[in-house]
Design a protein around this ligand. Structure first.
Ligand code: ADP
Length: 359
């Protein structure tokens, strides 16, 4: 196993023509981390990954791999391996030749090429498939060949661009676990690009959330979910109820949709001004009797406006004043379902309430 390396971007900027795609990106991926870059389509994730691989070039800032500035270093001299979304396998070559290609390019001795090819195929569970063509393999197997080809060159950094998006749901889940197991085994610094928040949350140590070429927040899955830095992160990582308003000097939160709310102590720890009140749908307690909970928090009266059965939960839309609050209630077999128009009491415990930046 090689020594794991750190990947660091410092104030990196990249534009295509007049269009800025990466704006002042600063990011540190620690040695051996399984790190995700998460964001919607067009946010700049792949560009950032291609930049680390050496397929794109920044106009300002520094990019360091293992402490060395790699600006201007060609991809094959970076010791960085990238697995592309569409696998990019050569259809006319056997699996073994596909995997061996990078090793041959590096002018390794034939024995060495054979040995490393076999080892890489074994690593991804494809020993015995070397003589097949990519078209004779399933999507999941092709994905593994692409992975083996990248791992064969023993990169110091593994870059994965939406590696699971071409697989069906069941296989995606299986490959998630395999990638995780492989990462544990190799301990290689791995950067994983995805637009799927669940995928990023379930397998990565830390996540950078990107939007419009800007890193919005970096943190563990738990930190991003529980302490989103702004409204974009709150809405992208999990679902959320968000209400704009203004925090007044006396601690009252005035929301055009919800009305005036007296926030519990400890929630309004910020300067007065515009803010968003945020809480997760699963944190809302619903009941038909008043005072569903005696704990501190916010209480509202509302009426059921709609319900969606999701199997493990029922997702209610509840009208509260001018607002619609989403409340998810765990479903139990034989449990009651409230019809539309039912008057309900809502309670959100204090520790589930957040005031976050409006932008
Ligand atoms: P993501 O991976 O998050 O979907 P990309 O990094 O692929 O986003 O793209 C970010 C933005 O950069 C998009 O608006 C895209 O159109 C633009 N872009 C990407 N590559 C090029 C290119 N080679 N030339 C011009 N614009 C590009």
């Amino acid at each position: 196993m090689q020594q794991a390396v750190r990947v660091e971007a410092r104030n990196v900027q990249l534009s295509y023509g007049a269009t800025p795609v990466l704006r002042d990106i600063s990011l540190t991926v620690e040695p051996g981390e399984f790190f995700a870059i998460l964001g919607p389509s067009g946010s700049g994730k792949s560009t950032l990954l291609r930049l680390i691989a050496g397929f794109a070039r920044h106009q300002a800032g520094e990019l360091l791999v293992g402490g060395k500035d790699v600006t201007g270093v060609v991809p094959w001299k970076r010791n960085v391996g990238m697995v592309f979304q569409n696998y990019a396998l050569w259809p006319h070559m056997t699996v073994a030749r596909n995997v061996a290609f990078g090793l041959e390019e590096r002018k390794l001795a034939r024995d060495e090429v054979r040995r490393k090819t076999a080892a890489a195929l074994e690593l991804v569970g494809l020993s015995g498939y070397g003589e097949r063509r990519p078209s004779q393999l399933s999507g999941g197997q092709q994905q593994r060949v692409a992975l083996a080809r990248t791992l064969a060159i023993e990169p110091q950094v593994l870059l994965l661009d939406e590696p699971l998006s071409n697989l069906d749901a069941r296989l995606r889940l299986q490959m998630r676990h395999e990638l995780l197991a492989l990462h544990r085994r190799l301990g290689i610094t791995t950067i994983f690009v995805t637009h799927d928040q669940e995928e990023a949350m379930t397998i990565c140590d830390r996540i950078a959330v990107m939007d419009q070429g800007v890193i919005q927040q970096v943190g563990t899955p738990l930190a991003l979910f529980d302490e989103p830095a702004n409204r974009f992160v709150a809405g992208f990582v999990g679902s959320v109820n968000l209400f704009e308003g203004a925090l007044r000097a006396d601690g009252l939160f005035a929301s055009p949709a919800l009305g005036d709310c007296r926030l519990p102590e400890g929630v309004a720890l910020r300067a007065p001004g515009r803010a968003c009140l945020a809480f997760r749908p699963h944190a809302v307690q619903l009941g038909t009797a008043a005072a569903t909970s005696s704990s501190e928090g916010l209480a509202f009266a509302g009426s059921i406006a709609g319900a969606e059965f999701q199997g493990d939960a029922v997702r209610y839309e509840v009208r509260v004043g001018e607002a619609v609050v989403i409340a998810e209630q765990p479903h139990r077999r034989g449990g009651a379902r409230w019809p539309e128009g039912t008057a309900v009491q809502l309670h959100v415990p204090a520790n589930e309430l957040r005031l976050i930046a409006p932008g």
